[in-house]
Design a protein around this ligand. Structure first.
Ligand code: HAM
Length: 421
């Protein structure tokens, strides 16, 4: 047997039904907010990601040389591709440009529950500016996407990278060292940060200031504790606008740094606490990347939701919508009823009723057994008497109750019965 690569998964029909239900609910919300879908390639020239995504992501990338000896990478995320697409082809479109995407991403991580080497994201990018109302539109879209899946228990934390970045970068000239400092703040590893400060001879005073900024957290009242006046005004307006969209209960957290390096302003994360270690279901914020790819500088704000984690979080909340492969299974009682059975199945399918029909030339009792085993709601039995009277018998597979209906009205009758259940 050939094993699946580590950190990848196969999804069967029941899993896919749940995953698609969550994905489709979120797609609808994107459209309701005026976002249009884009699709970009699963692999790109690797420099697209190495330019600004940050060392952590680069270390996890799947990189290979193609037959033309070009260095390619499987995409670890989709934001850089969307901005490349924007710079190449979409930059003359009127702004704001509101784009969303769904796709697989690849990171060579240590696989565990909620952490995979191939995983799926739905994300959105609003290209145009970094106004508080743009940030509010994006955060509100993210929250409404998660709500639409049925998820109830999640926490939104909003910060602003500007305050920490300007402090750290102003005091520490070395870009790599500044990135390492920010990474440790992101992971809240303050002991390791202390050791790094000591070994590099950085001042204890800077450490104190960094800790004070990173420790600014709490409900909306904590906004008053922000020292940087610009950041304070921006986040205050953002929280107010979010409230107008019915998104309250957000927490301020100036300690959010994010694992990717391209953020410049507001940053936000959403956790589903029931997931334990891999609880972060979303990451996002505002950034500029276009000038790096040869375009005019433009601010964007976006996010990506980890679909796999959302589905796990829904399961942790016992939200498992019922899955049925088919609503109707057409059963001919004998061989020469087969053509009539196909005609009935075709009619039901044309009306959008999920329908299966015997393909194994089984006996009626074996067909009924099969229909029950795959969770079919109704068997549609077509026998000699039924054919003679241009009728079919609808059998409720749970109760065994049978109803004889005219073939001309089989769609309406079945829909009525299903609605009544
Ligand atoms: P990210 O935080 O790296 O951000 O990923 C977004 C989400 O993808 C995470 O919150 C998590 O739910 C999911 N995720 C990440 N890695 C894995 C993994 N190994 N297994 C399962 N799920 C995972 C980005 O990717 C940015 N592009 C978001 C963004 C868009 N920022 C601005 N626009």
């Amino acid at each position: 047997m050939i094993q699946r690569p580590r950190g990848t998964r196969d999804f069967g029909p029941a899993d896919m039904a749940r995953r698609r239900a969550a994905e489709n609910a979120m797609r609808e919300v994107c459209h309701a907010h005026g976002f249009g879908e884009v699709v970009t390639p699963t692999f790109e020239l690797s420099e697209l990601f190495t330019m600004r995504s940050g060392q952590a992501i680069v270390d996890e990338m799947y990189v290979f040389n193609d037959k033309g000896d070009r260095e390619m990478a499987l995409r670890p995320e989709i934001t850089a591709s969307v901005i490349r697409f924007y710079v190449n082809d979409l930059s003359t479109l009127p702004k704001p440009l509101k784009l969303y995407y769904v796709g697989s991403c690849y990171r060579y991580e240590n696989p565990q529950s909620g952490r995979y080497r191939e995983f799926y994201q739905i994300g959105a990018e609003l290209i145009g500016n970094d106004n508080p109302e743009t940030d509010a539109e994006v955060i509100s879209l993210a929250v409404k996407c998660l709500r639409a899946t049925g998820l109830q228990d999640f926490e939104v934390r909003i910060g602003h990278i500007g305050a920490l970045k300007s402090l750290v970068q102003a005091e520490i000239g070395d870009r790599t060292l500044a990135s390492e400092v920010l990474r440790l703040i992101d992971k809240a590893e303050f002991e390791a940060l202390g050791r790094l400060f000591e070994s590099r001879g950085l001042s204890g005073d800077l450490m104190g200031r960094v800790r004070a900024v990173a420790g600014t957290k709490g409900g909306a009242e904590a906004l008053d504790d922000i020292e940087d006046p610009e950041v304070k005004a921006h986040l205050k307006e953002l929280f107010e606008t979010l409230s107008l969209y019915g998104v309250d209960d957000c927490q301020l957290d100036l300690g959010i740094v994010r694992g990717l390096d391209y953020y410049t302003g507001m940053v936000f994360e959403i956790d589903a606490p029931r997931l334990g270690a891999e609880k972060q279901v979303l990451g996002g914020g505002s950034y500029t990347l276009s000038e790096l790819f040869g375009g005019e500088p433009v601010f964007s704000t976006g996010f990506a939701i980890g679909i796999d984690r959302v589905v796990l979080a829904l399961e942790a909340e016992d939200f498992r919508p019922e899955y049925r492969q088919c609503d109707a299974f057409v059963v001919p009682t004998e061989d020469n009823m087969r053509k009539y059975a196909f005609a009935i199945a075709s009619k039901l399918r044309a009306a959008g009723i999920h329908t299966d029909v015997d393909l194994m030339r089984r006996s009626m009792s074996k067909n009924l057994k099969y229909a029950a085993s795959v969770g079919t709601r109704y068997a549609v039995i077509v026998g000699r008497d039924e054919m003679a009277s241009r009728s079919v018998t609808l059998r409720d597979m749970d109760t065994g109750e049978q109803t004889l209906v005219k073939a001309d009205f089989v769609v309406e009758e079945l829909e009525k019965l299903m609605a009544g259940r």
